[in-house]
Ligand binder design. Structure first.
Ligand SMILES: Cc1ncc(COP(=O)(O)O)c(C=O)c1O
Length: 454
């Protein structure tokens, strides 16, 4: 065997620090606003939700933040994750492109989400917290925090978007196996949930609604519960940068440097995790790497949304941030990539797109599953529907190389496996999967509810 396929690092190569993009943004981020006063939030405003160590990370502009040893120890259960050259996909596509993927599906729960879940559970434990709340879309984030909370002896209450709760019962059982309590959202347990159900008893839920419920449950707990979030905020993206740091070292082992980086983007955490360490290169070494975020056509935040202040959640209880948004009241169609059904996008990622340092593309559900099945048949891995969005764009870029004859190096993040997403694959194989047209009217309506921050 002369051709190398896997690039592996040993435990000692688990990064020792997270990379903070805030140190290198072309323009500082706009301040986060308190949803009650619409004034810039202070660290104390976040204190009911997060321990101070995470709040300080959220606003830090230090370039490198040390990873605590107990977190690195848990990471060593699955990190460093492999970098794999997709030689069989290259052959099937008959492309001169070199395709690599960083595979985050090897974590105990099957995605990149534990990279931040373990860190968040550690800092909550360190602050003496005994219970947390969170939301989950597809169930990947909820499973990750359930796994992490169990390791650090913290109780967890999960609000799971109703459409996913129904489509993915096994994810719920997984969370319960780790000891978490799981509720379908909207639920009758919170004011936000009751409000939504009063308007629409059949609401399929959304990440925005589930966030409202989880935030409310923590904020009204009198300090006994804190909230954990799976994406969007700076500290979450920060914790994911272990992905890109390892990938840089592994691409060096392969003797190549990516011309194109690709990742799917829901709130932006796996994409940022892979790409931010490369953006550091792009800025400091003046490279022209193309960095592409891929989102669903049914929820096209970066490609069709507006860069403006909006609430992070549907019931307007979460902080107001400047980001690309489709409007916080927008409820996306029930596509199978539940983790990509979010109206907004991380503020730092939004700013990088706005400043032209990265680009975004939207793809349809059917084309995404075509690519996912092609990937499964060539590389063997059945991707999470979210990650499949990245595969679709990688296939397109590799086919462009075939036409032009260019030997480009493409690196993408395979953020998770789809072993709990068989109903989605079943629908695809049975010819029952739908494409959803861009919901222009619903977005236009949601845009009329943007907060006035003048
Ligand atoms: C496997 C997988 N990839 C991607 C995402 C999208 O989230 P993010 O944009 O924060 O990476 C999710 C969210 O649930 C996910 O489960």
């Amino acid at each position: 065997m002369s051709k190398q396929t896997k690039y592996l690092l040993d435990d000692s190569r688990i990064p020792e620090a997270w990379y903070n993009i805030n140190a290198d943004l072309p323009v500082p981020l706009d301040p986060v606003l308190n949803p009650g006063t619409m004034q810039p939030a202070t660290p104390d405003d976040f204190a009911p939700l997060f321990p101070m160590s995470l709040i300080l990370q959220e606003v830090s502009s230090e370039r490198w933040i040390e990873i605590p040893e107990p977190v690195r120890e848990v990471y060593s259960l699955w990190r460093p994750t492999p970098l794999i050259r997709a030689r069989r996909l290259e052959a099937v596509l008959d492309t001169p492109a070199h395709i690599y993927y960083k595979y985050e599906g090897v974590s105990p729960v099957g995605s990149h989400k534990p990279n931040t879940a373990v860190a968040q559970a550690f800092y909550n434990k360190d602050a003496g917290i005994k219970a947390m709340t969170t939301e989950t879309g597809a169930g990947q984030w909820g499973s990750a925090l359930a796994f992490a909370c169990n390791l650090f002896d913290i109780d967890l209450e999960v609000y799971m978007v109703k459409v996913s709760y129904q489509q993915k019962p096994y994810r719920r059982i997984m969370m319960e196996t780790y000891g978490a309590e799981v509720y379908a959202s909207p639920s009758e347990r919170t004011h936000s949930g009751k409000g939504i159900l009063a308007q629409d008893p059949d609401s399929s839920g959304s990440l925005g609604i589930a966030i409202s419920e989880a935030v409310e449950a923590a904020a009204t707990s009198g300090g006994s519960k804190k909230y954990g979030i799976g994406s969007v905020l700076n500290h979450v993206l920060l914790h994911q940068t272990v992905i890109g740091q390892e990938a840089i070292e592994q691409m060096e082992m392969a003797g190549e440097y990516p011309d194109i980086l690709v990742g799917c983007a829901g709130g932006g955490s796996n994409f940022a995790g892979l790409s931010y360490p490369f953006i550091h290169h792009k800025i400091t070494k003046d490279l022209d790497t193309r960095i592409i975020a891929v989102e669903p056509a049914a929820c096209p935040t970066l490609t069709k949304g507006k860069f403006t202040y909006d609430f992070g959640d549907t019931a307007a209880v979460a902080p107001v941030v400047k980001m690309y948004t489709l409007g916080h009241t927008f409820v996306p169609a029930g596509i199978h990539a539940g983790g990509l059904r979010y109206h907004g996008m991380s503020p730092s990622l939004s700013a990088l797109v706005e400043h032209g340092l990265m680009e975004a593309l939207a793809v349809g559900q059917l084309a995404t599953f075509d690519a996912a099945v092609q990937f499964a048949k060539s590389e063997g891995i059945i991707a999470a529907p979210e990650s499949a969005h990245a595969i679709k764009v990688v296939v397109d870029e590799a086919l462009k190389c075939k036409e032009s004859g260019e030997e480009k190096v493409i690196l993408f993040n395979l953020s998770g496996h789809g072993h709990f997403d068989m109903t989605a694959y079943q629908a695809y194989l049975g010819g029952e999967l739908e494409d959803y047209a861009y919901p222009a009217e619903a977005v236009a309506e949601a845009m009329t509810h943007l907060p006035d921050v003048s």
